[in-house]
Design a binder for this molecule. Structure first.
Ligand code: BES
Ligand code: MG
Ligand code: ZN
Length: 496
């Protein structure tokens, strides 16, 4: 899909117009309003958020078709509104196999102090919505994908062009993250994941990717990663992505992002029920958020030094698998009693967070599909944020406002630490009470982070895939790529 600034009416068959509820009431007398007047008068189209009305063969000027998209209440319009509106429009364009379209943005400009924000969000909306995962099946017959999007009704400034480039990089990097996660577990093992990362980052300046194999992981005393991997034929991998966007600033502490990369989680010996187990190919979504975010940061050439750390393995119930009751030793020396082999993400993260702490970073933020309990606490709307550091919480909430990705703080305190005490080891991998599963998981992770380093944990178990019901720029059943954009915004806040 190509997005460019141009009215290009000659080549595009459809005009997309974004209209707020007020816009509908005022019935501004532009060409497309006259054409859609009866639809508006009959209240067939009200301008509600993400409402669409396709008016075929209306011959609006040189355009064959007209597509109206609602923006809802004018007072509430922000970048997320237009991101979603663009995606809602895309779904219609896709449905009618329209390949070249013009998008009139003149009605949106007044809602934005900074027009670059508008352009960025619109391009993100289109490119994110355009993602699909059809490579393993025949494409539905007669389906054409959207090829050219012409942004019209605005005079492109330097800022707007930058907005377009940024939107393209952010959405494209998110789509790469989605693709890694959507690829089935037999085709995306830890070693393949590492190879794909190496391949994707090749040629990007100031990036170094290192991959550790099983022997190296053993040498590095990563007993958690190793312990989880024992039941699988697939070797684990640790992937380290270093981006030095500010090489002069040698003294500065890197920003550190950590991701859980379970390419498949069967539960291990504490095996999961068969129903929906296939969804556990998505247990690598924390890692793809980190990978996608670093890809975007490096392509945007952000002037920051960043480290992305991924622990990747399968969790399988093979003959050599870790058994309930086994004790593993993490990199920082702490012992972990494995009371349930399905609580494996925290065992993997224990090592990676320990290693991250040794890098003396400015902060550590991790993302993980860690607990099913997120479905009950926050559902698929908010990713859960756990931190005791107020500054981190403030910075992350700010980043989430800029990205449009919803986050919500959940508690992590001494009660939760109390609940994961073990009789035989330093810490148990499940809570003795069985209550507050997401908070006790966060409390487990805290054991492996140096207390002096600001740290925040995201549980994205429910927001990482199949969220299309609430977000039109995500595809049904597919990975969302959540946290890629928020992590980039966070890094941006640390550009000096
Ligand atoms: N990967 C799962 C968490 C998960 C569940 C993510 C459902 C997405 C959807 C994690 O490894 C896990 O199995 N967690 C257990 C922990 C429990 C045994 C303490 C859970 O949440 O059931
Ligand atoms: Mg599990
Ligand atoms: Zn898991």
């Amino acid at each position: 899909m190509k997005i460019s600034f141009s009215s290009a009416s000659k080549t595009s068959s459809c005009l997309v117009a974004m209209i707020s509820k007020k816009g509908v009431e005022k019935k501004k007398s532009s060409a497309f309003f006259r054409l859609s007047e009866s639809a508006i008068q009959e209240k067939v189209f009200k301008g509600e958020k993400n409402e669409t009305l396709f008016l075929p063969c209306t011959r609006a000027g040189s355009f064959k078709h007209l597509l109206l998209v609602g923006l809802g209440d004018s007072e509430k319009i922000n970048h997320e509104t237009v991101r979603q509106a663009a995606a809602a429009a895309y779904r219609q364009l896709e449905k009618y196999s329209l390949s070249d379209v013009a998008v009139d943005l003149s009605s949106c400009l007044s809602f934005f102090d900074n027009p670059a924000v508008l352009i960025r969000a619109v391009s993100e909306g289109f490119i994110l919505a355009g993602y699909d995962f059809y490579e393993l099946k025949k494409k539905p017959k007669g389906k054409k994908s959207v090829k050219n999007i012409f942004l019209s009704g605005v005079t492109p400034s330097k800022e707007m062009k930058t907005g377009l480039t940024e939107g393209q990089i952010l959405a494209d990097s998110t789509n790469f993250a989605r693709w890694l996660a959507d690829t089935p577990a037999n085709l995306m093992t830890p070693s393949i994941l590492a190879q794909e990362v190496q391949k994707r980052f090749t040629g990007i300046p100031n990036v170094k990717v290192s991959v550790w194999n099983k022997d190296r992981i053993k040498k590095e005393r990563m007993g958690g990663v190793l312990g989880v991997s024992l039941g699988s034929n697939q070797e684990p991998r640790v992937i380290i992505i270093e981006y030095k966007g500010n090489p002069e600033d040698k003294g500065s502490r890197p920003l550190c992002f950590v991701g859980k990369g379970l390419t498949f989680d069967s539960g291990g010996i504490s095996i999961k029920p068969a129903r929906n187990m296939h969804e556990m190919k998505y247990d690598m979504c924390g890692s793809v958020a980190v990978i996608g975010a670093l890809l975007a940061m490096s392509r945007l050439k952000l002037k920051v030094n960043v480290m992305g750390l991924v622990g990747s393995t399968e969790n399988m119930p093979g003959a050599a698998a870790t058994k309930p009751g086994d004790v593993l030793r993490a990199r920082n020396g702490k012992t972990m009693e494995v009371l349930n082999t399905d609580a494996e993400g925290r065992l993997v993260l224990a090592d990676i967070l320990s290693y991250a702490s040794e890098q003396k970073p400015a902060f550590i933020v991790d993302a993980a599909t860690l607990t099913g309990a997120m479905a009950i606490s926050l559902g698929d709307v908010y990713s859960g944020l756990f931190t005791r550091n107020e500054e981190m919480e403030k910075q992350l909430k700010k980043a989430s406002v800029s990205s449009g990705e919803e986050i919500w703080s959940l508690p992590l305190n001494d009660f939760h630490v109390q609940d994961i005490k073990s009789t035989v080891a330093d810490v148990a991998n499940i809570s003795s009470t069985g209550l507050a599963g997401s908070s006790t998981a966060a409390a487990f992770l805290e054991h492996f982070v140096d207390k002096k380093i600001p740290w925040a944990h995201f549980d994205i178990a429910e927001t990482a895939h199949d969220v299309a019901k609430r977000l039109p720029y995500c595809r049904s059943k597919c990975a969302s790529g959540v946290m890629v954009r928020t992590f980039v915004e966070l890094a941006r806040q640390y550009v000096r």
